[in-house]
Write a protein that binds this ligand. Structure first.
Ligand code: CP3
Length: 354
């Protein structure tokens, strides 16, 4: 394998010295880019992009070709490939977000749930190897999965936008059934992420997008405990290098101390958190990734520059910060506004690393 030309992102995740603050953007390959919309049209659909290693490679590299400041690539795929492989039948309806043909609500269906054969996800692992080859050592490649709780909300509800009421009801009325779903999903995620690492992923991120909807105790019981099991089961080194892990609970800012203790290398933060306070709360246990509100990219260059400066200053001097958005970049973002953010980070961040 080619050695990495830019390992700034990996060093920051391990809280090692870097010359500037590295950056990548959640959903950096997506609909805000005209070249992505073009590729999606050619492929036919979002899922066809994901299922073809050639298309997945093409769109993964689009933001890197456009923005030389990006310090990481992220596998182009979706968290919902896992419940799809578990037999739930994922589909997308134009403009409506993801849906499943079947839901997991009946006890008999939940008892039948099994860890799927990883061969069903071979297209993801093929995409990882293809992207690694195409990157040729430019920047590291991030692999990812949804958290068991976040995946369970889609499996139980069958779609997004339901306030997770069926999933929460199951957690309170039949915790044994929800735990069974979460346990099997956690075992699946361990195999899935380790197969991505074996195929060439150099860091992994667990997206717990809906963990913030839970009460304190329910978050620990239904979300954090399973992410802890996953982190414990991850391959820690590959090709002679550490494979760092990032845990991101959107809306999870109240529980940073608990998150910092599960053994991951870094925590993802949304924009509700102040980085000075977050850093004090987690000490030197983990690196921090975040946390600009993606809505700022809809505003104007002067506001974007000011916000980048504020976020860098709020983390302050020293290493262990990966700049990112607090959630995915929106499809209405003008691409030149993302460029403005990335250029400003590169211009202003070196002073914090002296
Ligand atoms: O960050 C990246 O660039 C990598 C690709 C990536 C996608 N989805 C591509 C995608 C990643 C890491 C995800 C994760 C994902 N998917 C999450 C967790 C992160 C988060 O956003 O909270 C969740 C909850 C999903 C489920 C999902 N997939 C939803 C709710 C939607 C529809 C909403 C939307 O933004 O359209 C998707 C579709 C999806 N996943 C798109 C992309 C680029 C848009 C598909 C399109 O081209 O129409």
């Amino acid at each position: 394998m080619t050695s990495l030309q830019n390992d700034t992102f990996l060093r920051a995740l391990m809280r090692q010295p870097t010359e500037y603050t590295p950056v990548w953007m959640m959903r950096q390959a997506g609909r805000y880019l005209p070249e992505y919309r073009e590729s999606r049209k050619t492929a036919g659909s979002f899922m066809q992009l994901c299922q073809s290693p050639t298309f997945a490679t093409e769109v993964t590299l689009q933001p890197l070709d456009r923005y030389p400041q990006l310090d990481a690539a992220i596998l182009f795929s979706d968290i919902l490939t896992v419940p799809d492989a578990m037999g739930l039948g994922l589909y997308f309806e134009e403009g409506e977000g993801p849906k499943f043909e079947r839901t997991l609500q009946a006890e008999a269906d939940i008892l039948k749930l099994e860890v799927p054969d990883m061969a069903k996800l071979q297209y993801v692992f093929d995409a990882v190897s293809s992207i690694r080859k195409a990157l040729n050592g430019r920047v590291p490649l991030i692999g990812f999965s949804g958290s068991p709780w976040t995946l369970a909300t889609y499996m139980v509800e069958g779609k997004g936008g339901t306030d997770f009421l069926n999933t929460k009801k199951m957690g309170y009325a039949r915790p044994d059934l929800l735990h069974r779903i979460l346990d099997i999903t956690a075992q699946t995620v361990i195999q899935y992420l380790n197969a991505q690492i074996a195929a060439g992923a150099q860091a992994v991120m667990i997206f717990d997008s809906w963990g913030g909807a839970l009460s304190h105790d329910a978050y620990i019981e239904f979300s954090l405990n399973y992410m802890q099991k996953i982190v414990a089961g991850l391959t820690k080194t590959a090709e002679g290098n550490t494979v760092p892990s990032i845990v991101f609970t959107k809306g999870g800012g109240l529980w940073l101390e608990q998150q910092a203790a599960i053994g991951a290398d870094a925590l993802g933060l949304d924009w509700t958190v102040n980085l000075t306070q977050a850093r004090q709360r987690v000490g030197d246990q983990v690196a921090l990734q975040g946390n600009m509100d993606p809505a700022i990219l809809l505003s104007a260059p002067a506001a974007i520059e000011k916000e980048v400066a504020r976020i860098l200053a709020s983390y302050g001097h020293g290493h262990g910060h990966v700049f990112n958005l607090g959630h995915g970049i929106t499809q209405w973002t003008p691409p030149e506004h993302a460029a403005c953010m990335l250029e400003t980070i590169r211009a202003l961040s070196p002073q914090y690393h002296l």
